[in-house]
Design a protein around this ligand. Structure first.
Ligand code: ATP
Ligand code: MG
Length: 168
């Protein structure tokens, strides 16, 4: 039994995340998805709440042939204790999939097996680029799963990104 762990902020969840998770599903029995910086929302770099991000993930992965758990994880701001913080919040896992150097380093030091998935079309499949496009009124829908577009409509995500970028 292999339970894999994958973490991101998913601001928003996009096709790069989807490709990686579909790949993990081929080798793992279950996947734990950490929704990082869970306490943040309504700011330009972190517009969506943890609950909204859980919705994007759950709906985009509804056809995945692998059970998964999306768990919000607040920032601890204490890297030396961060792995314990994650473990305290998640179902037990034995393998971590991450290409983030800090995440890789912290789990490796804790003795967890770490795999590093490759990046897909990183120029456009990036949360930063998708938020930029939403703000600028450029096309972004083709960079996310259809479910994410529907969640954006439900929560008026583009209008929110534009409001929180304004100043008084
Ligand atoms: P941001 O620009 O807001 O940081 P992001 O696209 O990097 O957004 P994150 O939520 O930070 O998204 O990413 C979570 C994990 O997904 C990270 O480990 C990141 O390396 C990985 N990831 C992001 N984009 C891709 C991609 N295009 N292909 C594969 N993995 C990706
Ligand atoms: Mg990132």
């Amino acid at each position: 039994m292999t339970r894999a762990f994958y973490i991101g902020r998913f601001q928003p969840y996009h096709n790069g995340h989807q490709v990686v998770l579909e790949e993990i599903a081929r080798s793992a029995d279950e996947i734990v998805i950490g929704v990082g910086s869970a306490q943040l929302s309504h700011e330009p770099g972190n517009p969506f709440t943890a609950g909204e991000r859980v919705l994007m993930i759950t709906q985009s992965l509804c056809n995945l042939k692998c059970p998964f758990y999306a768990i919000p994880i607040e920032d601890l701001r204490r890297n030396a204790l961060w792995v314990s913080h994650v473990i305290a919040m998640t179902p037990p896992f034995d393998t971590v999939y991450s290409s983030n150097p800090l995440v890789m380093r912290l789990f490796a030091e804790a003795g967890t097996r770490v795999f590093s998935p490759s990046m897909y079309e990183r120029d456009t499949l990036s949360g930063t680029e998708i938020r930029r496009r939403m703000l600028a009124g450029e096309p972004w829908e083709h960079l996310v799963p259809p479910s994410v577009t529907r969640v954006m409509e439900e929560i008026e995500g583009v209008a929110r990104i534009r409001s929180v970028a304004l100043s008084d």
